[in-house]
Design a protein around this ligand. Structure first.
Ligand code: HEM
Length: 119
């Protein structure tokens, strides 16, 4: 489950970057298709996240925070893409993007116990 989760958000991040570059390169149609695939990965991230949560007997506040920041990142993927498509300012959202990623990586890899690095 944890491998599926990590694989899902890694692929989502790659698809997000590809969609951004396609959009910036004027390839709207390609960007739209990649964005649709990206949305499927949101569902996989959330499903595997809930799957991981269901394995926890005592859900602490750190788990809640982890889930909220994960959802925040998905929101930011959508927000940034739509603002790039509509040629609106994205700086505030990029700032949030960096903060949210630092938080999620800290919570996921450092603070919370499950890990892809040990069985
Ligand atoms: C793009 C969004 C997300 C990212 C980047 C992300 C990232 C991560 C990372 C880095 C880990 C730790 C993996 C490891 O230690 O090997 C993790 C674990 C986990 N994630 Fe996510 N996640 C996201 C979304 C979600 C969502 C939406 C939920 C809940 C609905 C969720 C729930 C969990 C849970 C329960 C764990 C296990 C924590 C543990 O005990 O170590 N994640 N995630």
């Amino acid at each position: 489950m944890i491998h599926a989760h990590v694989t899902a958000w890694t692929i989502a991040l790659i698809l997000f970057v590809i969609a951004l570059f396609l959009q910036k390169g004027g390839k709207q149609k390609g960007a739209k298709i990649v964005q649709m695939i990206l949305r499927v990965f949101y569902l996989i991230i959330i499903a595997t996240g809930i799957g991981l949560l269901s394995m926890v007997t005592n859900i602490s506040v750190w788990y809640i925070l982890k889930a909220v920041v994960g959802l925040w990142i998905i929101g930011l993927f959508e927000m940034i893409l739509s603002r790039v498509i509509n040629k609106r300012r994205t700086s505030v959202f990029w700032f949030q993007f960096v903060v949210a990623w630092v938080l999620v990586l800290y919570l996921g890899f450092v603070k919370l116990p499950m890990s892809i690095f040990h069985p």
